[in-house]
Design a protein around this ligand. Structure first.
Ligand SMILES: Cc1cc2nc3c(=O)[nH]c(=O)nc-3n(C[C@H](O)[C@H](O)[C@H](O)COP(=O)(O)OP(=O)(O)OC[C@H]3O[C@@H](n4cnc5c(N)ncnc54)[C@H](O)[C@@H]3O)c2cc1C
Length: 272
């Protein structure tokens, strides 16, 4: 039987923060619900209260300016990202990754915030955020703090967020605007499926970054590499950041092999 829970739909940030503080540890934020409701149905999570953040004033929309960069708010779905012109013009890697996340129907509900707070090692949005140097703006009744995504994930399904905190925006810096990028995801089937391996590569000016999902407890990214790096050195730098395991989906050795294949292919693609 489905675990019983109460529902709250706060309209302001103050109301949201108060609810989360009053129910600390017993409340869960609901965005699209495509991870949360599956977890509740499977008995993995048993919150007493589910707090819908989609109606909070100011929590909708994507904004872009050359000075601030790109800002995502908590109700932004993956399909909104795929349709957004500023994302297409300035940060196309986000759309490459978004296209590979689940199906059209799921993307209509699924948010980018939910994807990163869920912190699955196979997150499709994390590689783009890591390559583009994104920052997480985290808020609660106690104030706001900014954490780079290189420090956001702390383990399998774990992040730096405490129970009363909300991921209030994701900022992609203006310095990453115009970065060339590409993403490849290896799946068991041609339709929508969780990744066996996901690799993203971005180049902006003299800096090249490679981010990988499903190959470590968290999505990972290389340090900044020179854009002119050789294919061999790029593969070696990627090997250093991954620590894949064998599981029901494939072996450790196959993951290592496919990361190398994807790095080689993506480097050729982004250098065209
Ligand atoms: C059939 C299916 C296929 C899928 N395929 C993929 C796939 O191919 N690739 C992939 O990466 N994922 C996939 N997913 C997982 C899921 O769709 C994504 O992770 C999605 O982006 C989660 O977003 P959501 O808005 O639905 O999150 P929710 O389910 O609402 O929330 C997820 C978690 O984040 C928390 N949360 C959400 N927003 C905030 C916030 N602003 N602040 C604090 N906490 C917050 C919630 O409390 C919850 O713990 C799939 C899921 C399903 C059901």
């Amino acid at each position: 039987m489905l675990h019983q829970f109460s529902y709250a739909g706060p309209r302001s940030k103050q109301e949201l923060f108060r609810i989360l503080e009053d129910h600390e540890g017993n409340a869960k934020v609901l965005a699209g619900g495509t991870d949360l409701l599956v977890n509740i149905r499977n008995g993995v999570m048993k919150p007493q209260l589910v707090v819908d953040i989609k109606k909070v004033s100011g929590y909708e929309g994507i904004s872009y300016s050359p000075a601030e960069g790109l800002v995502f708010r908590p109700a932004v779905t993956i399909n909104e990202i795929l349709k957004n012109q500023a994302v297409r013009d300035h940060y196309p890697l986000l759309q490459e990754c978004g296209h590979d996340l689940a199906s059209y129907q799921i993307r209509n509900r699924a948010t980018i915030m939910g994807n990163v707070v869920n912190a699955s090692p196979c997150s499709d949005m994390a590689p783009a955020l890591l390559c583009l140097g994104a920052q997480a703006v985290i808020a609660s009744s106690k104030g706001t703090r900014v954490v780079p995504f290189t420090e956001f994930f702390t383990g399998v399904k774990k992040t730096v967020l405490s129970p009363a905190e909300v991921l209030e925006s994701i900022i992609i810096p203006p310095t990453s605007a115009g970065a060339k990028g590409a993403y490849r995801k290896l799946k068991r089937i041609n339709g929508h499926d969780l990744g066996i391996i996901g690799v993203a590569v971005s180049i902006k000016g003299d800096v090249l970054r490679i981010a990988v999902s499903s190959a470590a407890p968290t999505p990972v990214v290389t340090p900044d590499l020179p854009a002119s790096i050789s294919v061999e050195d790029a593969v070696a730098a990627t090997r250093k950041i991954i620590s894949p395991i064998s599981d029901v989906r494939c072996s450790k050795e196959y993951r290592e092999f496919m990361v190398e294949v994807f790095v080689k292919r993506l480097l050729t693609e982004v250098r065209k």
